[in-house]
Design a protein around this ligand. Structure first.
Ligand SMILES: C[S@@+](CC[C@H](N)C(=O)[O-])C[C@H]1O[C@@H](n2cnc3c(N)ncnc32)[C@H](O)[C@@H]1O
Length: 316
């Protein structure tokens, strides 16, 4: 095999809209480094051709836009009989639809670029936190990648919904698992929040109903390799203060997130570039000793949302 073609899934269009090729290119560059590649089309099918086979095929299969891989043999493309090695059934991530769900492909991309920022290729043995986790799309992806996953969500109804969905998918797919609930804090009266624990496939997640500004108190002594979140867009999702601009709350979260992040760790955030602007978001992180990588994945979702992604690492 001399060259590989990566077929671009039509799902990339639902995730990244008209900008799907640009975003896919950015993800490919971030994850695969400086391997030269070019875009080509056969009829309605779209591909990237990689100029080298010196690449981790498992990473290629896990890219958020990959539909399949091919060996390029002269004029012909030979499909490679390979699929990504994930835990759990895909229904755990894709099966449930709910208002405000973060697109599953975008969420996958956040994990991929996060892993590349810390020079890792799998979540096995690593810990991921989504401090504004909604109904756990990122956390369930994280489990599929092998991470131990933790989440915080301000909406107390979220835990019930996550619980219901987990029961449904574990039953349907006969997935061996453990589910339990409780509270954290000294006593019920002084509790910091309720939690839901789920373990399956040699890994586990905990979702706490609480405020991301209390991350350090909620996950005492835990250190994370990645903090990954799709921030409230100020359109459907507001923050605790019911403000349209999540920046004030983010500013108040950063020191707690920093104290829970491993030194070599990374923070990956998706946000509506109208609110806050990328520059303003970077400024509040820089104030706390972070630096932003050059990675960006800007795509227009609607009149009022242009989503982007930023990766932060602690400054040396
Ligand atoms: C864009 S949504 C995330 C959706 C999630 N990724 C999913 O697919 O379910 C942002 C979430 O942040 C939550 N949120 C906003 N401010 C928060 C805070 N201070 N602490 C915890 N959660 C917060 C919102 O309730 C909302 O569920």
């Amino acid at each position: 095999m001399k060259k590989i073609a990566v077929q671009i899934s039509p799902e990339a269009k639902t995730a990244y809209f008209a900008n799907y090729i640009d975003v896919a290119q950015q993800e490919l560059i971030q994850v695969c480094g400086d391997i030269p590649f070019s875009y080509f089309k056969i009829g309605a099918l779209e591909f990237f051709e990689l100029a080298s086979t010196d690449v981790n095929l498992e990473q290629l299969l896990k890219l958020s836009f990959t539909q399949g891989l091919y060996a390029i043999e002269g004029e012909l493309l030979r499909p490679l009989d390979l699929s990504a090695d994930f835990n759990l059934h895909e229904d755990f991530v894709f099966g449930s639809k709910f208002k405000g769900k973060t697109n599953e492909r975008l969420t996958q991309m956040l994990i991929n670029v996060g892993l590349s920022a810390i020079n890792e290729t799998t979540g096995k043995g690593l810990k991921l936190l989504d401090p504004m986790c909604g109904r756990a799309t990122t956390l369930l992806w994280a489990i599929r990648y092998g991470f131990a996953a933790r989440g915080i969500e301000q909406d107390p109804k979220a835990i019930e919904d996550i619980h219901r969905n987990l029961k449904k998918w574990t039953k349907l797919h006969r997935q061996k698992h453990k589910l339990s609930e409780g509270f954290i804090g000294e006593s019920r009266k002084k509790k910091l929040g309720d939690f839901l624990d789920f373990s399956a496939a040699d890994t586990a997640m905990r979702v706490v109903s609480g405020d991301a500004r209390n991350t350090e108190q909620i996950f005492k002594k835990e250190k994370f390799d990645l903090i990954v979140s799709d921030l409230p867009y100020g359109v459907q999702h507001f923050t605790t203060e019911k403000t349209r601009n999540p920046l004030t709350v983010i500013d108040e979260c950063i020191s707690g997130w920093k104290n829970c992040l491993k030194k070599r760790g990374a923070v990956v955030l998706a946000f509506n570039n109208y609110n806050p602007k990328r520059k303003a978001l970077i400024e509040v992180f820089e104030k706390s000793g972070f630096e932003a990588l050059s990675f960006s994945a800007k795509h227009r979702m609607s009149e009022s949302i242009v989503r982007d992604v930023v990766i932060f690492k602690l400054s040396e």
